[in-house]
Design a protein around this ligand. Structure first.
Ligand code: 1HN
Length: 343
């Protein structure tokens, strides 16, 4: 591509006149927004180590009472996007949230979609539109756009989870807002929606009609996902061991914006993920290993760590253990890329 004219090529008086009229010449900026063949990416390859974040989060528990936080979260901000923009990737927000025993995060609902992945602690639950969902290590809990949600912790010790939202996207669309609500009456029994859909391919009631709404299942227990991957490993001696979290009625991604998956690395295994357009984040549920992007310096990760990687890159993951499998949950922008026809 040949070099286009720059801003400096233009007389200063002309540039000033354009600025005054809220006008911008395209040609000096065109290559930046349409680079040759590969997009520019702000998403940096990064690891947020749990051993570093955890003490800082517990400190937030001492410094900031719940009433002053509403959601006591340290945001995992990718510096490539600017720390204050609270983006892990272009569309994905991530944060680690802490609730101490006896505390409640008050009821609200908002336009962004959210998922939590439980990292540490027992005895907490999130009530989503009247349904209390247990929060156990590795579980995925959905609070789709518009659904009421509040968090309770009745156990001992801190509970910590990873929040993943499409907040940057919804915010950019000038569509992000919330309303506060009265505490929810728990109208449904614990994990009802999980019970309804707990067997793959089996759905509640005889009048089942495939839905078009959000996933009706709100809690995806880690034990089920893990068992599936372990069982798959018995049937596949090689090849990527990976599953998608989907709406059990339709097979659609959990959200129109963010797709979720889980993968298993066999003991000692190194895999290069299929090259894709979308940026991706990784949360290590179990095990340890390394992540490297485009053959760059490998990042070592341990269980409970969270990582980010840009799209249009070769991502290599290796299991650091020779005798134990490792498991990661992933989130990416693939549903959005597919919808836009850029996947
Ligand atoms: C939110 O509602 C939660 O409900 C957590 O736990 C993090 C970040 C931005 C906007 C809303 C929650 C959030 C959030």
């Amino acid at each position: 591509m040949h070099q286009l004219g720059t801003l400096e090529d233009l007389p200063e008086s002309y540039r000033n006149e354009l600025t005054e009229q809220n006008l911008v010449p395209l040609w000096p900026n065109m290559r930046a927004v349409l680079p040759p063949k590969v997009p520019s990416r702000k998403t940096r390859t990064l690891r947020w180590g749990y051993e570093v974040v955890r003490p800082l989060l517990l400190q937030a528990g001492e410094l900031t009472p719940m009433e002053k936080a509403e959601r006591r979260v340290l945001v995992l901000a990718n510096p490539g996007h600017g720390l204050n923009n609270m983006q892990a990737t272009p569309s994905i927000y991530m944060g680690l949230q802490l609730i101490l025993p006896g505390e409640t995060a008050p009821n609200h609902r908002h336009t962004p979609n959210a998922v939590r992945i439980i990292i540490e602690g027992e005895g907490a639950y999130t009530t989503v539109n009247g349904e209390p969902c247990r929060m156990e290590r590795g579980d995925l809990i959905l609070t789709p756009s518009g659904k009421w949600h509040e968090h309770h912790h009745e156990g001992e010790g801190p509970i910590v989870w990873l929040d993943i939202l499409d907040l940057p996207l919804i915010y950019q669309l000038e569509g992000s807002w919330a309303v506060e609500g009265q505490p929810q009456q728990t109208t449904l029994s614990r994990d009802k929606s999980f019970a309804d859909y707990s067997a793959a391919g089996v759905v509640p009631n005889l009048n089942f009609q495939r839905g078009t709404a959000d996933s009706p299942m709100l809690r995806y227990p880690w034990g089920k996902t893990r068992a599936c991957l372990v069982e798959m490993a018995e049937h596949y001696q090689d090849g990527l061991l990976q599953v998608s979290y989907v709406n059990p009625e339709t097979g659609a991604s959990l959200f129109p914006s963010i797709g979720f998956g889980a993968l298993m690395l066999r003991p000692g295994e190194t895999v290069t993920l299929p090259r894709r357009t979308t940026a991706c984040v990784f949360h290590a549920v179990e095990g340890c290993g390394q992540l490297s992007v485009d053959g760059g310096e490998p990042l070592a990760w341990n269980d409970k760590d969270t990582l980010s990687a840009p799209g249009y890159s070769d991502i290599t993951l290796s299991n650091g253990s020779a005798d134990q499998p490792a498991f990661m949950i992933t989130a990416d922008e693939a549903p959005l890329h597919r919808y836009l026809g850029i996947y």
